[in-house]
Structure formats: C-alpha cells, structure tokens
Design a protein around this ligand. Structure first.
Ligand SMILES: [Mg+2]
Length: 380
C-alpha cells in the first residue's frame, strides 16, 4: 500500500468570534424590524500557520454559537486534516444526536467554509474552481430588498436601485394581503415593464391568501414569489405550485440537501435559495445546488443579513453552480458585510452592468480586515 501523501493542512486551532453591528438604516420585513445584526466568524488555523475563515448565520445569540463551536465542535477537529472535509462534517454532525438542523448546522457551516478556504489557499485556486470551474467570470445580480415600508420609501428605494443599474429587483411584502396586492402593483408601475421584479413575503400568508397575492403577481409578470408560507407548510406550498403559474422560491430556511430534496424532486420550488452560512457551509450548499440542477430547478444564493464572508462564499457558489439564476446583492448598508473583509465581494459597490465580479485569488479570496474582529466583537 502506498503511503498517504504528506499533509499540509493539519488543524491546530479553531477560533470563534461573535460579532454584532447596529444597522445605519433599520430594515423592515413582514416579520418586523431589524435594528441590529449578529454573526459568528470562524477561523481554522493549520500547523503551518495558514488561516481559513468561515461565517455562521447567527442573527441573534452569536455568543452562544461561538461557545458551542469552541466547546463541542473544535475538539473534534484538532490534529485532523482540513482536507478531509466530508469526514469532519460527519463527525461534527454527531455532536447532536437528533435530527439534523438548526444551530448545529449553522455552526458547522462556518467551519466547513473555513476548510474550503484552506483547501483553496493550499491549491492556489479560487473555491469556484475547486467546485468544478464552470467558468462564469461574472454573475448576474438582483437588488435586495426594497423594504416593507410606506410608498414614499419604496419609491425612493426602487429609484435608487434602478439608478445603480439593476434590472432585477426584489420587494418585501407582508400582511394584510390587500396591502401586498397594492404594493406589487405599485412596484410594477414605478419600475416599468422592462425590470424583472420578485416579491418576498417572509412567511406572511396562509395558502389561500398567498394564492390571491400570487394571482396578481402572475398578471404583472413577476419573476418569483419568495417564501409566501411558513417553511414547514409543505402541503400549502404544493397547493400553490399546482395552482399558480409562477416560480415559487424558498430554501433560505432549509438546512440540508436531504431536507429540501423532496421539494426539488416534486418541483414544488422553481428556485431554491440556501444560505451558505446556514446550510452546512460550501459542502452542503453546493450539494443542494447540484441536486437542484439535476431536477431542473434554478439556484440562487441567499445572502440576506449576513456578513462579508458569507457574501464572498456565495459568489463562489454562484460562479460554480450549473443552474445558478441570479445573485442576491444587498442594497442596504451593513457594516458586517461592507467593512469586515478585504476586498469585499457581492456588494453593490462592485456592480457593473447589473453584474458582479467573481474572486480570482486562492480560497475565498478575502481576508478579515485588520481590527475588524475587535471592532465588531460582542463582549463575553
Ligand atoms: Mg427571503
């Protein structure tokens, strides 16, 4: 038997950092107002001193995520090879002996992305190339999101997005359905017919209400209808799909490929939107994207309120995924997205002709900005 190749990525330290920022402008969805955001950043360091970074979706309670990573996950990684991503994933998964999901998978997500960053650095190649290198040098982007706010604010935000060169825009809608119907009509009027419009309800309806809103969106030629129902109402989603000739989008609330596979196989979703900082990192999120491609379903990364590491990782996935549709380019100011890494990827500042550049440097292609961890740290 041949000897194993020498290993350049033996893990010697895992660090987790809970971060928080106040938002310059409070964001509004059907679920309420978001004045501040939290994330957790993971650093995985190898014996040779190389550091990979990843991000966990941890909007509230990021300190708890960081402690969980340090106490429960890090001990399973030390002394192991960062190359063995799948073995490490399976090992971390066993920390909680219940159905896979929630905080466990969001915590694994940050570590897994850091392992991919290390692998890319070691190979001297960007992650999108390690994923197969489909060769997409730039990715189409849409403006996300126009707030669920009064008409004057909505008009100003749509005008700004158009001014930035977007030809695809997502508007937030909510309850009551009558107000949402008026909003999707108003948005179409002011955006014009040439713009691809999508609407995101963040679970605001039951299936009957969603049907009413969705019918109007069909008439107005909307691009997709995102999370009209709570994510667990699968029979409601199936009914909508059966009766509405409209692309139903969901997946940001899902954790694993196995969890979302039935909706892909049945064609319930026309667009799946896993978040790399939630859905187990690049490994599991790319598996979802591959499954989607297999079933002829479009894929678009979810970025949402996440930070700059999630945003960069999402651009790699967008560049590599076969059925990629469009990139969620956030248009509100978020210091954790814009001031955490250098350079910044997936941000509106990099928009050219409605498209965004893809990183070319090895790994994720971004590093943490000096002082950023201290600047955003949550005191423990
Ligand atoms: Mg959404």
């Amino acid at each position: 038997m041949e000897a194993m190749p020498s290993d350049d990525l033996i893990i010697r330290a895992v660090r987790a950092h809970p971060l928080r920022t106040a938002l310059p402008t409070v964001q509004h969805t059907s679920q309420g107002a978001w004045p501040q955001l939290e994330i957790a950043i993971v650093e995985v360091e190898t014996a040779s001193g190389r550091v990979g970074i990843g991000e966990c979706l941890a909007r509230r309670g990021a300190v708890g995520y960081a402690r969980f990573i340090r106490d429960a996950l890090a001990p399973r990684l030390l002394g192991r090879s960062a190359h063995d991503r799948r073995a490490l994933w399976q090992d971390m998964r066993l920390v909680v002996t219940g159905r896979l999901g929630g905080m466990l998978v969001e915590s694994i997500a940050g570590i897994d992305t850091a392992l991919w960053d290390l692998a890319g650095q070691a190979a001297g190649q960007p992650i999108w190339r390690l994923l197969g290198g489909i060769g997409r040098p730039r990715v189409t982007a849409y403006a996300s999101s126009i707030n669920w706010a009064d008409d004057a604010q909505v008009e100003a935000e749509i005008a700004r997005a158009l001014g930035q060169g977007f030809t695809q825009i997502k508007v937030k809608i909510g309850a009551p359905a009558e107000r949402a119907i008026a909003r999707v009509r108003h948005a179409r009027r002011i955006a014009g017919d040439g713009v691809k419009l999508a609407a995101d309800a963040n679970w605001a309806y039951d299936a009957d209400e969603a049907m009413r809103v969705g019918r109007v969106m069909c008439d107005l030629d909307y691009f997709w209808f995102e999370e009209p129902l709570p994510p667990d109402d699968l029979s409601g989603y199936a009914r909508l799909r059966q009766h509405l000739p409209l692309r139903i989008a969901a997946g940001e609330s899902d954790f694993t490929a196995r969890g979302v596979e039935p909706q892909l196989r049945n064609g319930t979703f026309g667009l799946v939107q896993p978040d790399v900082a939630r859905s187990g990192g690049i490994s599991e999120t790319f598996r979802i994207a591959e499954l989607a491609a297999l079933h002829g379903i479009a894929y678009a990364p979810h970025v949402g309120w996440s930070g700059g590491v999630c945003s960069a990782a999402s651009v790699h996935l967008a560049a590599a995924a076969e059925s990629f549709l469009t990139f969620e380019c956030m248009v509100f100011d978020n210091p954790l997205r814009q001031e955490l890494t250098t350079p910044v990827y997936g941000d509106v500042a990099g928009l050219k002709d409605g498209m965004l550049d893809v990183p070319t440097a090895p790994g994720l292609g971004v590093r943490l900005k000096p002082g950023a961890l201290e600047r955003f740290a949550i005191a423990e």
